[in-house]
Design a protein around this ligand. Structure first.
Ligand code: BMA
Length: 328
């Protein structure tokens, strides 16, 4: 298939995929067998949601947010040959760290996984005197190393770019408060070494409608010929509480704090039962997006209602046309 918009990166011929249902008009469509991971996949899981997936060897590796029946929150490794059927480990990922202070973590949730050069980085919301951005890495998904927290509390939704820009690592994040944060904009921070972060830049803030309360970066940005493609969540405050939807933006390739386009409408919002009913109703929350440059296919993994993991699909040229034609 010839694409006018190109995704940069490695081919992924075995990307999970299902064609758009006949008659369905939306630019993003759901997998017909959603949710792909039920809340009780593990004997003592209360819920499994907001999770990250990445190609590894001939299949896929996932880092899953598992909230236990004790309501401890942690991140667990999973494996899959097709990206849809998963085996998830009962025990959380154990990190190796040089300084015991680095290992202090009251909870871990909402992981993202990003490959930079030959290393897989895991970024998560880390409980260290309040929520902040935890960071670790692995090269083989056997030994995991934890680094210093990237930021001071309070911050949520950290995600790295999949390559360095001008030699620097870049991280998007959403400074927050210690609770259910009724505000929040996306910022970019830069680091020469993944320990010291600075040159913090404002990227984008809340606007109206589905993104009127707070926004946060989702999966690692995808490099395309039109800019970095960023999926993000946006929150509306209704008379019944928060509603989490998904939007998309295109960021400048060299100066990614500059927004080129950003969707006025959402591209996915909670409408199916597994998105509207669960521990936290009315939430779709993306943490990973697989992509195949050869076909332009994108598979988005998202949490439904803070309870299950679901999958949705789009194709890059249609999505980017949609973003441009429906930009703020
Ligand atoms: C956010 C995070 C997410 C969650 C969302 C909706 O603050 O805690 O993990 O999906 O709220 O409850």
């Amino acid at each position: 298939m010839v694409q006018s918009v190109k995704i940069l990166g490695e081919s992924l011929a075995n990307i999970p995929w299902e064609d758009r249902p006949t008659g369905y008009k939306g630019v993003v469509w759901r997998y017909s067998q959603n949710p792909i991971i039920p809340r009780d996949l593990l004997p003592d899981s209360n819920s499994i949601f907001n999770s990250a997936v990445i190609p590894y060897e001939n299949g896929f590796i996932g880092v899953f947010r598992v909230d236990k029946t004790s309501r401890e929150m942690n991140i667990h490794l999973g494996k899959s040959s097709d990206g849809i059927n998963w085996e998830i480990e009962d025990d959380p990922i154990e990190f190796i760290y040089e300084d015991e202070e680095v290992g202090k973590s009251w909870y871990k949730y909402d992981p993202r996984v990003v490959k930079i050069e030959d290393t897989y980085y895991i970024i998560w919301c880390n409980g260290y005197h309040g929520p902040t951005i935890g960071l670790g890495y692995t090269r083989d998904f056997k030994k995991f190393y934890q680094l210093e927290n990237a930021f001071l509390p309070f911050n949520r939704n950290g995600v790295l770019f999949p390559r360095r820009i001008k030699g620097k690592y870049l991280m998007l994040s959403r400074p927050s408060d210690n609770g259910h944060t009724p505000f929040g904009d996306i910022f970019l921070s830069e680091s020469p070494d993944l320990t010291y972060w600075g040159r913090h830049r404002f990227v984008m803030g809340t606007t109206a409608g589905w993104q009127n309360t707070k926004i946060g970066p989702g999966p690692a940005p995808i490099e395309t010929s039109e800019g970095w493609l960023l999926f993000y969540h946006g929150v509306l405050t209704s008379c019944n509480g928060f509603v989490y939807s998904i939007g998309a933006a295109l960021l400048d390739l060299d100066e990614p704090w500059k927004i080129k386009y950003r969707t006025r409408p959402y591209i996915l919002s909670p409408q199916k039962e597994y998105e509207c009913v669960g521990d936290v109703p009315n939430v779709v929350f993306p943490c990973a997006a697989l992509h195949d440059p050869d076909t332009g296919r994108i598979a988005i993994y998202y949490g439904g209602a803070d309870t299950v993991v679901a999958l949705a699909f789009t194709v890059v040229d249609e999505l980017i046309e949609f973003i441009k034609n429906n930009s703020l």
